[in-house]
Design a protein around this ligand. Sequence first.
Ligand code: PA5
Length: 396
Amino acid sequence: MLKTDFSTYIKNKNYQSYEEKIKDIKIKLNNGGEMLDWYDIDKCITEEELTKIKKLSNDIRKDAELFIIIGIGGSFLGAKAIITALSPYFIKNKPEIVFAGTSLSEQYLIELLKYMENKNTYVNVISKSGTTLEPSIAFDLIYKKMQEKYSTDELQKRIIITTDPLKGSLRELIKQKNYPSFVVPEQIGGRYSVLTAVGLLPISVAGIDIDQLLLGARNCNIDQAFKYAIIRDTLYNEGKLVESFTFYEPKLEYFAEWLKQLFGETQGKNKNGILPIASNNTRDLHSLGQFYQEGNPIIFETVIGIEKKGNLKCSLLKKNIEDINMIALKQVAFAHLDADIESNIILIDELNEYNLGTLIYFFEVAAATGGYLLNVNPFNQPGVTAYKKLIEKELE
Ligand code: PA5
C-alpha cells in the first residue's frame, strides 16, 4: 500500500492552472504512441514471455553459482534497485548476482574475470542498442572467458541476451548462435524498462516474485502521481532547482539511483529541469543535513519511508527502532520545512514486491508528466548521445 502526504508541508498553493495541462497529458498517455508502451503493463511483457522468464530463471537458480548482468543506465538500474531492496543485508543470493558494464574500470574487470574462473556462471547481457561502450567492452571480455570455460552446447544455455527486437549486433549474435533471448520492446526506452524482460529476468533470478511486482504496478493509483508531478513543477517554478530523493532504509540506495536516472534523463533538457540527488538517511543527515538546514534553499525533498510495526526494541529509548526511524523522518521534515525545504512524503507499509511495483509505476508516470510539463520530450536523451559520439570518434 502506498500513502502520500503532500499536504502537511506544502503551503497553500493554487494548482488549478494545471487542470487543463494534466487533462491533455492523460489523453496523450492513454492514446499511446511513440515510446509510450511502458504506460500499458500488457505491452511491457506478454504472458508468453513471463512464462519463459519464470522457467529460465528457475533453471538458472537450480544450477548457477554466479549470474552476471551486463548493462548500463536503464539496462541495469531497475534490476539492481529491486534486487538490492529485497535482498538480505548479510546473506549472499544463490546464485550470487553481480553487475558488469557499468564503468570502464580495468581493475573491476580483471577481478571479475578471475572471480568467475571457478564458478558455475550464467550471463545476461542487456543492451537495447547493442552498441553502448561499457557493456560492449565487458561483454567482449566475459564472452571470451565463457568460451574458454564452456562448450558450444553449454554456452547455448548460459548466454542470455536481452536486446532490440530487430536491430543491433546482439540481435545478430542471437541469429547466429541461437542463444536464449528476450526483447526490449521497441516503444520502451531504457529508464522505463524495468517492468519488461530487462528488469524481470534478473529480478526473477534473484528469487523475487515478479507477479507481485507487476500487480503492484497495475494497481497503482496514478492520480497521486499526477498530483506529485504538479507539486514538483510548482516548486521548480518557485526556484527549487534540486530534488533530493530522501530515504530512511539503506536498501533503497539503488532505488534512489534508478530515480536519479529516471528524472535526470527525462527532464534535464533545453537548459531546464530539476537536478535529482539522493540522501541515504539518517546517514546523510550527518553530511548533507547541514546544507539542507542552513545552505542555499534551492532544494526540496521527496521522502520515501516504510511505516511498519517494528520488532526490535531499543532498551535505551524504550521504543522500537522502526518507530524511532519514523520519528526521525517526520521531525527532519519539520526541521527542514523551517528552513524552507519542503518534503513530499511517500510511505509504504512494507518493503516488498507489490509496493515496489507500485512505486515504480508511480514514479514513471510522475517523471513522464514532469517532462511534458516542462515541454521537453520525456523519452529521448540527446545529451547522452552527444558524449557517446565524441568518445567513439576519439576511439576510432
Ligand atoms: O534510458 C536510456 O535509454 C539509457 O539510459 C539507456 O538505458 C543506456 O544508455 C543504455 O543503453 P543500451 O540499453 O542501448 O545499452
